[in-house]
Design a protein around this ligand. Structure first.
Ligand code: G1P
Length: 294
């Protein structure tokens, strides 16, 4: 039997230049979507997918992330004294649920390099990778959808999404053939090749890699074997392409809505959608939106 994936790696050492000046002194992973930092959405998705062992790859200036997932005695005492039970529960739930481990990526040398930093902590088991810029709203958590495929095939699985040609150069793009699965839901692909951020004209398809991966531990050897690629960085896409030589890699067009919260417009869209879905804010927020002249 294929053992369940328990560990989730969160690369979080990037500089967040797309959000300057907000990210000058604050990690981009801590930007709040309504009232929770971006990274917490990803961490909750991992937990809801059975992965309680969280490994965050951080860098300089990222200590706010560690504080966020730590116990805050002063804050808890104050909320307790003021009888703010709901707030206390929400603050505690962040630190209670999970074990978080941290590892430093001293230089931002690329996504593949960030994942490699987690090698010792992951050891010899399959693990997931979550890019917290990609916020995914789904009935079944995206990582769980990928995990279901992993449990069946025992191979690495990447989240895929169709992207219009004008945006394709922002992604890793796959060349893939459909695979019948579960009576043929049309969502599963076996990957033949992939390329990191191609020009639209060279893109092998409209299927982009989105920031959720289940990886088998051979990926570490692949990361160690490749040369820097696009932008002079060690790319995870290139490592996956290397892995393809020896192991099948699958892609799954997940069910759900993905927001690129690392981009200003994407972040605004996610904020509006998440606010509208909130039971405490949805109604007054909708009312406000209806009242403004657009
Ligand atoms: C990374 C990956 C890319 C993937 C994307 C998804 O790029 O390198 O393959 O398509 O995440 O969000 P980044 O957006 O970090 O430049």
């Amino acid at each position: 039997m294929i053992p369940k994936v328990r560990k989730a790696v969160f690369p979080a050492a990037g500089l967040g230049t797309r959000f300057l000046p907000a990210t000058k002194a604050m990690p981009k992973e801590m930007l709040p979507l309504v009232d929770k930092p971006l990274i917490q959405y990803g961490v909750e998705e991992a937990i809801h997918s059975g992965m309680n062992n969280i490994i965050i790859v951080t860098g300089r200036g990222k200590s706010a992330i560690e504080d966020h997932f730590d116990v805050s005695f002063e804050l808890e005492q104050m909320l307790e004294a003021r009888q703010k039970k709901d707030l206390l529960a929400s603050v505690r739930s962040v630190s209670d649920l999970i074990d978080v481990f941290y590892v430093r990526q001293k230089e931002a040398l690329g996504l593949g390099h960030a994942v490699l930093r987690a090698k010792e902590m992951v050891a010899n088991e399959a693990f997931s990778v979550v890019l917290s810029d990609d916020v995914i709203d789904a009935e079944i958590p995206c990582l769980r959808q990928l995990h279901d495929i992993y449990e069946f095939y025992g191979c690495s699985v990447l989240a895929l999404m169709e992207v219009p040609p004008e945006n394709i150069s922002a992604y890793g793009v796959v060349d893939a053939e459909p695979v019948a699965h579960n009576g043929g839901s049309g969502r599963l692909y076996r990957i033949r090749n992939m390329v990191e951020k191609p020009n639209a004209a060279d893109a092998p398809s409209n299927l982009a890699i989105i920031g959720r991966y289940i990886l088998t531990p051979e990926i570490f050897h692949s990361v160690e074997s490749i040369e820097p690629g696009r932008g002079g960085e060690i790319q995870l896409t290139d490592a996956l392409k290397h892995l393809l030589r020896t192991r099948p890699v699958y892609g799954y067009k997940f069910e759900g809505t993905r927001y690129d919260a690392g981009d200003k417009l994407g972040f605004l869209k996610a904020t509006v959608e998440f606010a509208m879905k909130r039971h405490d804010l949805g109604e007054p927020f909708r009312e406000y939106l209806r009242s403004i002249q657009i």
